[in-house]
Design a protein around this ligand. Structure first.
Ligand code: SAH
Ligand code: SF4
Length: 341
């Protein structure tokens, strides 16, 4: 929903200002999914709003819930046809939403189901922020009063290839009058579109940055992630050092452990060396995640191997955490979003 348009509507129709607050309360607090449910508004205004504005910029096609974890996945159809997916999860005490920033993804990483789909189009800021509004509505229906606390740009697509709309979406989502989700609770994950790191440091310094690394060898990384041919590890390092200089804030290095592909002792040593070559290496934190089955190239390692990887990094004085994957039974885990019916 584009709230600016609603504001204009209230103004051009000379409605009293408190109507705007009633709308805000109905949509962003109570989480109503239909204008007629906002009972504080007179009937004729409900009808006028209904005629002019859709609350969400897509239709729900399918909602799935995991039997293993507190995870929900929604398949959504945009009004011009493409489908996207978004995930709601509760890994601990707080609800997190994983949003898509593009329909599909042009980057074709070998281990990712979204990459296999190809690219349809960029999402608008409204389509991105509406994914969170959708889950807010869901929570008010199923878990009244609970709220979305965190947002991760780890759904479909490469957020930094859609930087302008992603930035707008962050501003909308963190706006006090909207869903009011603090920027420190928002994370952007990128495959390494390094020429946008400086923009992030200057324009969204409170937003968390996660870099999907997966391999510290240029040749091997290019095979896994073709985008490495454009933004290789040297360019990434240069831009990341600049980022850390401008914004001394912890950056997460995502490392999907693919069995037999990037988890040998030599791979671990090379990763450790790369990290420790940074001036601000203490600001880099590795998140290890066992590769989820998504494509034929995605081989899941035994979990013990992932813990051994973390231990080996710690011996090199590198902070490392093993991240648990949620929602694999409904293909809602990292790399599994393919918007299949
Ligand atoms: N395009 C962005 C954000 C979306 S992907 C990026 O690549 O960072 C979100 C995360 O899921 C990334 O860290 C990505 O590398 C990871 N991922 C992709 N496929 C995966 C798989 N099969 N198993 C585990 N993680 C995967
Ligand atoms: Fe795109 Fe990220 Fe998947 Fe790579 S891992 S194909 S960048 S969504």
């Amino acid at each position: 929903m584009d709230f600016i348009k609603i504001k204009d509507f209230v103004k051009t129709n000379n409605l009293p200002a408190y109507r705007l607050n009633q709308i805000r309360q109905g949509i962003f607090v109570d989480g109503f999914a239909a204008w007629r449910d906002i009972k504080t508004l007179p009937k004729n205004l409900q009808e006028a709003l209904n005629k002019n504005f859709k609350i969400l910029s897509f239709d729900l096609v399918k909602l799935q819930s995991s039997k293993l974890d507190k995870v929900y996945k929604a398949l959504l159809k945009l009004y011009d046809g493409p489908k996207i997916e978004t995930v709601l999860m509760k890994p601990g005490k707080f609800w997190s939403v994983c949003v898509s920033s593009q329909a599909g993804c042009p980057l074709g990483c070998a281990f990712c189901a979204t990459g296999k789909l190809g690219f349809k189009r960029n999402l608008t800021a409204e389509e991105i922020s509406d994914q969170v509004l959708f889950w807010h509505q869901f929570l008010q229906k199923e878990f009244k009063g609970e709220r979305v606390s965190n947002i991760v740009f780890m759904g479909m697509g490469e957020p930094l290839l859609n930087y302008v709309e992603v930035k707008k979406a962050v501003e909308i989502l963190s706006n006090k009058d909207y869903l009011n989700i603090g920027k420190r609770h928002i994370s952007i994950s990128t495959s390494g579109i390094a020429d946008k790191f400086e923009n992030l440091a200057k324009e969204l310094p409170q937003v968390n940055l996660a870099l999907s690394l997966h391999n510290a060898d240029n040749k091997e990384r290019s095979t896994l992630m073709p985008i490495n041919r454009k933004y290789n590890l040297d360019i990434i390092k240069q831009e990341l050092e600049n980022y850390l200089k401008l914004n001394a804030r912890e950056v997460f290095l995502e490392y999907t452990v693919i069995d037999g592909e990037n988890n040998s002792p030599a791979h671990i040593r090379k990763l450790g060396k790369w990290i420790n070559s940074f001036k601000d290496n203490y600001l880099l934190h590795v998140n290890l995640i066992a590769c989820n089955p998504a494509t034929s190239k995605a081989k899941t390692p035994p979990i013990a191997a992932v813990y051994a990887f973390a231990e080996a990094l710690e011996k090199m004085n590198i902070k490392a955490t093993v991240r648990k994957s949620l929602g694999s039974d409904i293909s809602a885990a990292c790399g599994q979003l393919a918007a299949k019916n």
